[in-house]
Design a protein around this ligand. Structure first.
Ligand code: ASP
Length: 429
């Protein structure tokens, strides 16, 4: 059985087990005895993230003959990332303003949810405070590490690792091959080893995904299965608006761009990237999915190592189209539920802040929700409004992470194609 079929099977069986255990009341058993296998899987993926970025980026850059190509790839990557994110937000605003999910939200529910999730919302608000209080160039300052070992010891510092790897790679290209040849070879060798490690971890993916899904359902349901239904029903229209936006990106926007630029059909593109999408769905983390995203882009879309190793890690950290769609729709939804009208200037402020806060959001579960505080602040909405959507955030997080990862793979293909590479679909070997 192919890997992606096994992953789907794990996912479906996990969902079934989760639902059954909620109804027969063995949730605690699942949390104690099944979920840990999912946690172990995510930890293994995270374990490989820093070495993977470091080694593949250094080895990718060191294969370039000159640094001009690198700055060209860098410029294009940033430009396209920003463009796709802004397009996603504009789409989200059109959807939120036409479907108006907040207008139909019952007022008594607004009060009830605000009370119920007040403390959760306050926690998220205080997490966002640090970002809100920083200066306009803080993001740039944060990208530059002052201690390599400190950066490498925390997966949150992915951009710092990218910075160091690019610096190291450039220095390697610029130095004399007589002296640094063995180092280059060593990085190429290490790259092979890390890729093998990723393959080994992926063998375990079906079990990991199975355990994650079962654990997640149990977690969402809490002690009372009816809980899910009563809390989530009024939020369905809002969730649907978000889902329409996300689906548009995955099924129309990206495939259209990919087809017009590389000629790869919708079906083939999805086939190439599907396992990474499933992993994004199960882990809700672009960072945890990164090893598989890179593998699929390189092996199944035929994108070169140098482009993949630069565009994908950068995308996992800064390119979050799904997150930005979610933020824009949520901001409008909360404003509507509070009965606050948004002017055109407010909508423009959403475009700007949702772009920045999706760039700033960490590639981990729930990060987008924290950064939503910044978008709400910019349009003068009480950040406690987060309380309205907390209950349904995890399922939406799973879906927006799928979009985030698909966006990274799309941009990697476009950049590769613009560099004259032949991007084409390749079956699994
Ligand atoms: N979970 C998302 C990701 O890792 C970020 C978010 O929107 O919360 O891509």
């Amino acid at each position: 059985m192919a890997l992606h079929s096994k992953i789907i099977l794990g996912l479906v069986l996990g969902l079934i087990l989760g639902i059954v255990s909620v109804f027969i009341g063995i949730g605690e058993f699942i949390s104690n005895w099944v979920m840990p296998f999912g946690t172990i899987f995510v930890k293994m993926l995270k374990l490989v993230a820093v070495p993977l970025i470091l080694v593949s980026l250094i080895s990718g850059i060191s294969n370039l003959r000159d640094t001009a190509k690198l700055s060209r790839i860098g410029g294009k990557t940033f430009g396209i990332y920003i463009m796709t994110t802004i397009s996603a937000i504009v789409l989200a605003l059109i959807l939120a303003n036409t479907l108006q999910p907040g207008e139909y939200f019952p007022e008594e529910k607004t009060i009830e949810l605000k009370e119920k999730y007040a403390s959760d919302a306050s926690m998220k608000i205080s997490s966002a405070k640090g970002v809100e209080n920083s200066g306009p160039l803080q993001m740039m300052i944060d990208v530059v590490p002052d201690n390599f070992f400190y950066s490498a010891s925390n997966n949150k510092n992915m951009l710092q690792i990218i910075f160091f790897a690019v610096l190291f790679g450039i220095a390697l290209v610029l130095s004399s091959p007589d002296k640094t040849g063995p180092i280059k070879k060593a990085f190429d060798g290490l790259n092979e080893i890390i890729i093998k490690i990723v393959e080994i971890i992926m063998e375990y993916a079906p079990i990991g995904v199975f355990a994650l899904l079962a654990g997640l359902i149990v977690d969402l349901a809490g002690d009372d299965p009816n809980n899910i239904i009563t809390t989530l029903t009024p939020l369905l229209y809002y969730a649907l608006t978000v889902i329409i936006g996300l689906a548009f990106m995955v099924f129309i926007f990206y495939p259209f761009i990919i087809y017009s630029i590389t000629g790869i059909t919708f079906r083939k593109f999805l086939k190439a990237i599907f396992p990474a999408q499933m992993l994004a769905f199960s882990t809700s983390s672009s960072a945890a999915t990164l090893p598989l995203t890179m593998k699929r882009v390189e092996k199944n879309l035929n994108v070169s190592d140098e482009v993949t190793s630069f565009v994908c890690p950068l995308g996992a950290t800064i390119n979050m189209d799904g997150t930005s769609i979610h933020q824009a729709i949520s901001a409008v939804f909360i404003a509507q539920a509070f009965g606050q009208d948004l002017t055109l200037v407010d909508q423009l402020a959403i475009v700007l802040t949702a772009t920045l806060s999706s760039i700033g959001a960490a590639a981990v579960p729930g990060a987008g929700l924290i950064m939503l505080v910044i978008v709400l602040g910019a349009i003068g909405i009480d950040p406690q409004g987060l309380a309205l959507i907390i209950a349904i955030d995890r399922p939406l997080d799973m879906l927006r992470t799928v979009v985030n990862v698909t966006g990274d793979a799309t941009v990697a293909s476009i950049v590769a194609s613009s560099e004259g590479e032949i991007v084409k679909f390749k079956e699994d070997e």
